[in-house]
Design a protein around this ligand. Structure first.
Ligand SMILES: [Zn+2]
Length: 308
């Protein structure tokens, strides 16, 4: 049943592309590899997110203690766990008191194991996702040519996080620095929550509750804290998938690719504009992700002389 539905959706997509996009360059069954990419991105994001929720739940008692001591008797030096002068300076610039700064910094320090664990899991997830996306893309291109993966020698992709491969380069340039500042982002988010509570004239008690809600994975307010992690998970996974597919296209001598957006109501203007555009495989490097949280992907284009 599901297969029939997917086949119908595929046909609708193709008709849409023929009608609206480039009628002279039809895409060959775009939605197969396209939906596969989305599934990989969703699955990896979910794995990373469930780690964030689990770990945040484990760290909550420590956070509760810190916020309680901020509420009751106060000793800034006890709260302060280690020095992060840059963060301290930023909070001071925002006009927070010594007491608030000490509390926010102690909370940020508490969340460092979450940051480190997330970083390690992100690395592993990217390697797996990259390999999967490469293997499946190659298999799809082969099947369009009427071949099986066993009939052709498929080059092993460079899926390491070190070295000069596309995944390693991006990991060093974007993922690592983004993960390194995660605890700081959580701290700045908490500072924003505290500022909002003050502006609304809330009591210290209510402000404390609000702060803890934003750190509690069982509360809706956690979404704001989770956002930083989701953003990295989604953006990096999408990039890994896009790069792995590009690599597979190159390995299988595909010349051109089409930019395919998620085609739902959340697609931004920039990606909507790019949707349906055709690039040479060489030109396509570095275009996806267009922005953080980008869900777009590449699909191989059938060229007249050598249809895929
Ligand atoms: Zn996009």
């Amino acid at each position: 049943m599901r297969e029939i539905l997917e086949a119908i959706i595929d046909t609708i997509y193709e008709l849409e592309i023929l009608r609206q996009k480039r009628p002279e360059r039809p895409l060959v069954r775009p939605s197969l590899s396209y939906r596969f990419a989305q599934r990989l991105i969703d699955r990896s994001t979910k794995i990373l997110l469930s780690y964030v929720r689990l770990k945040a739940g484990q760290l909550l008692p420590r956070a509760t203690k810190i916020v309680s001591s901020w509420l009751a008797e106060f000793d800034a030096d006890v709260l302060k766990q280690d020095e992060d002068e840059e963060l301290e300076e930023e909070l001071r610039r925002r006009g927070f008191s010594r007491r608030d700064i000490a509390m926010i910094m102690a909370l940020a320090a508490t969340y460092r194991p979450l940051r480190d664990g997330f970083g390690a899991l992100l690395g592993d997830t990217l390697v797996t996702t990259y390999r999967n996306a490469h293997r499946t893309s190659v298999a799809q291109i082969l099947s369009r040519r009427g071949l099986k993966p066993s009939q052709v020698k498929i080059p092993e992709p460079d899926a390491s996080l070190t070295g000069r491969g596309a995944l390693a380069t991006r990991y060093r340039k974007y993922a690592k620095p983004a993960v390194a500042t995660l605890d700081k982002k959580v701290a700045v988010g908490l500072a924003g929550t505290l500022r909002k509570a003050r502006t609304a004239g809330m009591t210290r008690q209510d402000s404390a509750r609000l702060l803890l809600d934003s750190l509690n994975p069982r509360r809706p307010a956690f979404v704001a804290t989770e956002y930083f992690f989701v953003r990295i998970a989604q953006t990096e996974t999408a990039s890994a998938v896009a790069e792995a597919k590009r690599q597979a296209f190159e390995d299988m001598e595909v010349d051109e690719v089409m930019f395919v957006s998620m085609r739902d109501e959340n697609v931004c203007e920039e990606c909507e504009e790019l949707d349906g555009e055709i690039f040479s495989v060489a030109e396509s490097q570095g275009i996806i992700p267009v922005h953080p949280n980008c869900r777009c992907t590449w699909a191989p284009v059938g060229s007249g002389a050598a249809p895929i």
